[in-house]
Design a protein around this ligand. Sequence first.
Ligand code: SAM
Length: 198
Amino acid sequence: MRVCSFDDVTGLFEAGEFDVVVLNGPTEHFVSEADASAGRDEAVRRTLFDALQVLIKPGGRVFITCIHFRWPTDITEVRKSPLAHPVGSYYFYCSVLVEIYSGWYPLGDVYDRLAADAGFDLVRERDATNDYYLTSRMWSTRLKDYLRTNPRFARQFVTGMFRKDPRYFFSVFLFWLYDPWTWQFRPTDVAETPLTHR
Ligand SMILES: C[S@@+](CC[C@H](N)C(=O)[O-])C[C@H]1O[C@@H](n2cnc3c(N)ncnc32)[C@H](O)[C@@H]1O
């Protein structure tokens, strides 16, 4: 096994070495918030599809799962402190999420477009947002149950984190209270937009 960043793969493998590449959830992290602020998001994503084009045999396949934004989202607002936004607003949730998680999601059909530019045909696409919503709710419930029933572990975990990084601890506290992870997959009214959801 080799561990490397996605932008180093072409130097490590032969052209056409793979029949199939599976990207199950890493690509959300490939564009950093700094990349997005600097307008480099599309260029970074293009690097991935260009690398895949080199590494995959003609007729080979790529399988990608990726969390995506539902609406155009302003990186400047997201990078502010969560408390710069009304509690419970769209940007409040996004800001907590990105502080904990890090990575800038793609929006719309950007992957379809970049894949087509790199010579791929789209075989199948499915929106699994609701599946992730159900999974995430279950994770959240189980984690909370575990911490409630193991108070000693919970105490050590909380005090250890606070000592290590009080700012991160505060974000984790908001994460615990508001669960933006599950929130991002919630069923919504299609009329909801970032600008009106305050
Ligand atoms: C949410 S996890 C997905 C894990 C995966 N689905 C699994 O089951 O192991 C995100 C993954 O993205 C990987 N990742 C983040 N940035 C990366 C980069 N620049 N290049 C390659 N992988 C990266 C991390 O190492 C991590 O394993």
